[in-house]
Design a protein around this ligand. Structure first.
Ligand SMILES: Cc1cc2nc3c(=O)[nH]c(=O)nc-3n(C[C@H](O)[C@H](O)[C@H](O)COP(=O)(O)O)c2cc1C
Length: 318
């Protein structure tokens, strides 16, 4: 099935993933004006009233770019909604998204028919992120337009499925928009995502080491210096399994090799506790060895494009 028109004209087949605390309007604008879909979680705007200003800022940034560069218009942006019962801002944040007719909504931690219907009513599309085939089927049954397969090695909340297995299982019954995430840090990785059956790559961690990201310098530097050896998979911090930088866990006085188990009852995305936890414990995927320095977002996208083109040539895809 062809991609929805809104995802067809990207410079690179890439969606930048939303990252709690880290993503912000400046970064979203830089991602979109560099030609990939930019995104951020609605919950990053705190207090909730700030979301309206942030969406206005993103729309204005994109409009200014499009006026100055009609020959290379910006890619669309996406807003992430955590569709979990502990997110007490969901109704407010959806109303703000409706006001701006946000073109792409990324839903996580719960699929809901009413949310999908609301996005469709204003003309947007919904991409839902999942870690296994069962959740993928549920999301499509409930009306999501596309899926984001979050495979092993992804930053933040991540599954344990190998990307080849996950994409194959989904492609057996779903021919709609499929994004793949997990440790994609190079243009070669983007092409690999497409080769195994996905339409687009969904990339997060490497974009933390950019000038626009809202992350401490030490966090960015840890990504520059880190590799897959520095990533720890645990459910301790949110009740859901995810990947984090070992150094930040040690700095919090914990032993990364002996972390206690948590459980889903600890999930809470409503209050400030989650924000505090993610500020000190740094989410990160396994693909960061590809990052050698902190750069402007535009320079990272240039690198990905160079590598993507070279990878295609190497495989004689022109
Ligand atoms: C620091 C951090 C915060 C994240 N926060 C969110 C979030 O709020 N909502 C969400 O849907 N995904 C979140 N993710 C997951 C990403 O959307 C995406 O699945 C992941 O970054 C892809 O893998 P990669 O980081 O290896 O590229 C987060 C990831 C990181 C690294």
């Amino acid at each position: 099935m062809a991609l929805p028109p809104i995802l067809q004209k990207l410079r690179l087949p890439v969606v930048a993933s939303p990252m709690f605390i880290v993503s912000n309007p400046k970064q979203v604008i830089a991602q979109c004006t560099s030609g990939i879909v930019g995104s951020m979680p609605a919950l990053n705007a705190r207090p909730a009233e700030l979301l309206d200003d942030w969406l206005a800022e993103i729309e204005a940034g994109i409009a200014a770019h499009n006026a100055a560069h009609p020959e290379r218009p910006a890619a669309p942006y996406a807003i992430n909604q955590i569709v979990h019962k502990s997110n007490d801002r969901l109704e407010h944040d959806m109303a703000v998204c409706a006001k701006y007719k946000v073109p792409i909504v990324i839903t996580s931690l719960g699929a809901r028919e009413d949310i999908n219907a609301a996005v469709h009513a204003w003309g947007g599309i919904v991409l839902h992120d999942i870690i296994n085939n069962k959740f993928a089927k549920k999301a499509i049954e409930k009306g999501a337009d596309g899926l984001i397969a979050v495979a092993t090695g992804a930053g933040g909340h991540a599954g344990v499925k190998h990307p080849f297995a996950l994409v194959q299982e989904i492609r057996e019954w779903f021919d709609g928009p499929l994004l793949l995430s997990g440790a994609i840090g190079t243009g070669d990785g983007i092409l690999a995502a497409q080769a195994c059956g996905a339409d687009l790559a969904y990339i997060g961690s490497i974009l933390i080491a950019t000038e626009e990201a809202r992350a401490a310098d030490a966090y960015k530097q840890a990504i520059v210096e880190g590799s897959s050896d520095d990533i720890v998979y645990t459910n301790l911090f949110t009740g859901v399994h995810g990947n984090y930088l070992r150094g930040s866990i040690e700095a919090a006085g914990l032993d990364p090799e002996n972390l206690p188990e948590s459980d889903p009852s600890k999930m809470n995305f409503g209050g400030n506790a989650a924000a505090k936890a993610w500020k000190d414990i740094w989410g990160c995927g396994q693909g960061i060895n590809a990052v050698k320095e902190v750069l402007p977002t535009a320079a990272v996208i240039d690198r990905l494009e160079r590598e993507y083109r070279a990878a295609r040539q190497r495989l004689m895809l022109t």
